[in-house]
Design a protein around this ligand. Sequence first.
Ligand code: GH3
Ligand code: MG
Ligand code: MG
Ligand code: MG
Length: 312
Amino acid sequence: MPRPIDTAELADWLNSFVGSSSEAPYSVLIVDDDELMARAYATALERAGMLVSVTTNPALAPGMIGAQFPDLVLMDVQMPGISGIELAQVIRQSRRYLSLPIVFLSAERDADRQLLARRSGGDDFITKPVDFERLVRLVRLRAERARALRSAMEHDSLTGLLNHGRFKDKLQLELERCRRTGSEISLALIDLDLFKVVNDTYGHLAGDRVIRGLARTLRGRLRKIDLVGRYGGEEFGAILLDTQPAAAFSAIDQVRRAFGQQLFEDNGRPFRVTFSAGIASSRRHGEINELIAAADAMLYEAKRAGRDAVFV
Ligand code: GH3
Ligand code: MG
Ligand code: MG
Ligand code: MG
């Protein structure tokens, strides 16, 4: 019997591996109408240290993928209702899942059908009866590469922080968690002050060093569980988990003071840079666009008040 799965809980758990995602166990979703076989694959993968969930109902697969964001999907081809090939086509329609490896499992030996399976978006084809050792090796290899690819796609290349798209995904996920659990997050939007002047005076390379410097300060000064992203060019976002606005203010203001003391230099010319920030709470703004707009409005106020300040 496949064990019952609380997909929301599993998503939370997977999501909690912030900053250490490469060390988290690989998560695999198995989609196979044959319960006994699915269970056997699951056991083999679990013994190899992976986290496995199973569904015998292919119609549930897209929802589970959305909730769990597995590292890999292992999928039977022949299933009642919707075939694995059709399911792969559905999954591949979403840009988010372009790098999600799909491995087909099938008794299908026909080369044309196998080719069709690959063309529909499948990455590998394992024929039944399955060699379990080979299955584990292949899944691990695919998951490893997919995770590296996904990480590159989700992080900003200049700073290594979450990029704009992934940052907003995370914000959405955290807001959903707040709704479920009644917890609270604070969102901080941070914008470097008069950065055009910095670029004009010291050059773009020095400007880039400043952007990297702020990224490092944010990562170093905030908690490991907090989510930090590069929201735009010289704008950053921080999601402070389980944090009320007053505490968020202290945290970001402490970053502001530390960053303001940092000395940058260009050809022997030392200089400092400041930032302004706006903070808003999920308690008052539960919808993502509202929350962002509220933090942005506070950021605007901080700028208007003369910059180098945090407004809440
Ligand atoms: P304000 O205090 O009002 O925010 O002034 P500002 O000069 O920072 O205003 P604005 O947001 O208009 O300018 C941002 C500048 O940041 C313009 C852009 O050239 C620069 N910028 C954006 N991304 C990068 C980047 O990746 N590297 C460098 N060096 N500069 C960048
Ligand atoms: Mg089947
Ligand atoms: Mg800006
Ligand atoms: Mg600016």
